[in-house]
Design a protein around this ligand. Structure first.
Ligand SMILES: [Zn+2]
Ligand SMILES: [Zn+2]
Length: 365
């Protein structure tokens, strides 16, 4: 799923791309390496690698940016609930149920902070839930698979999203964030509800500019240990896009790892580059723009039919839905940590033998 807390089509999000580029450049330039600092010229060569930016997968992403962000967004007005409408509905419902509530004239600073943080957590939960459903419900996966078909990750992959995928997400977001906003509106008043929504939006846009765009990038920027349980780094999201089955259905969140940690879908990356391969297997229709928009409807209809009671039992058996095993959660997290620690120890020992950290295609870090 694209990291799309603020809409990728929004001007703020697009404006954040140069800031993300500068952040990535600083990462390449300043990260300590065995053979000293990376030189400016090498850093430029890595950042502007033709292999990455002219790769067919990246060029398809650019088509999604140009066509998707503008043409698809015209459809969304007809298909979306609005967070504002849900918020008003929840507030009116509470007023009918509990009676009018006199909003406090002045809220203490900590209460404002808690409310804004709470709203941010609800937005994160909406993202996690939508993303989880997109992976676990077979017919939704056909639409979401478009995003996962990118074989090279650049910030443009953020826009490679099927319109149905976006519509489902925006409706889930409207229901959850709109309901939270309605509660704030009822208890804290209209003005603060609007302020907290605006501040949450600004935080999301800032996040996109400084960090979110890099979730899709060729750079291994990782949060490990406790930080890896709280924040989702670009390496977390690279694991989410991995073709390795041990990484399937992990790291569904947008910016925080907390919901993944709570729901046992967290996989903490190792500190050093795991050299992951991206993309999906055998989906020729996802290599060009128009087939990648049209064919998912056909495949999703087949999946939907297979889910119905009258559906083909054979096709159901061929496509069993994965099951999250809560009992395995603690063990899995512990195993991830253990692997990470072992790898870190091995990394320290073998760093002398580590190959040159800058390759022709990118930075090995
Ligand atoms: Zn996904
Ligand atoms: Zn993604």
């Amino acid at each position: 799923m694209a990291v799309d807390l603020s809409s990728t089509g929004s001007a703020l999000s697009v404006a954040g791309l140069p800031i993300a580029f500068v952040t990535a450049f600083a990462h390449v330039l300043l990260k300590p390496r065995r053979r000293g600092r990376t030189r400016w010229r090498t850093a430029w060569r890595v950042m502007l690698s033709r292999h990455i930016w002219l790769h067919p997968s990246t060029l398809l992403d650019v088509q999604y940016v140009m066509v998707g962000a503008f043409a698809f967004s015209a459809l969304f007005g007809y298909t979306l609930l609005t967070g504002y409408g849900v918020s008003n509905g929840v507030c009116d419902g509470l007023t009918r149920l509990l009676g009018a509530h006199a909003a406090p004239t002045q809220l203490p600073f900590y209460a404002k902070g808690l409310i804004i943080f709470g709203l941010y957590m609800v937005i994160e939960l909406a993202y996690w839930l939508d993303h989880f459903l997109s992976h676990k419900i077979a017919f939704l996966w056909e639409f979401h698979k478009v995003h996962h078909s990118a074989t090279v990750l650049t910030p443009f992959a953020n826009w490679r999203v099927h319109p149905v995928d976006t519509i489902v997400y925006m409706n889930i977001l409207s229901i959850l964030a709109g309901s939270a906003s309605g509660l704030i509106q009822y208890f804290a008043g209209d003005a603060f509800s609007l302020t907290s929504t605006a501040i949450s939006g600004v935080l999301c846009a800032l996040y996109m500019a400084l960090w979110g765009h890099l979730q899709h990038s060729q750079f291994w920027i990782s949060c490990t240990g406790l930080a890896g349980r709280i924040f989702l780094s670009p390496a977390h999201h690279q694991i989410h896009h991995s073709r390795n089955p041990i990484h399937f259905d992990k790291n569904f969140g947008a910016s925080l790892a907390l919901w993944d940690w709570l729901f046992c879908t967290l996989h903490i990356p190792q500190r050093h580059n795991e050299h992951i391969r991206f993309g999906t297997e055998g989906d020729a229709h996802l290599k060009r723009l128009i087939p990648s928009v049209l064919y998912p409807f056909h495949f999703a209809a087949k999946r939907l039919f297979a889910m119905l009671p009258l559906g083909n039992a054979a096709s159901k058996a061929a496509d069993p839905m994965p099951v999250v095993n809560p009992a395995a959660c603690t063990l899995a997290t512990a195993a991830t940590d253990k692997r990470g620690r072992e790898s870190e120890r091995a990394g320290k020992g073998s760093r002398r033998a580590e190959r040159a950290s800058v390759t022709a295609t990118g930075v090995s870090d």
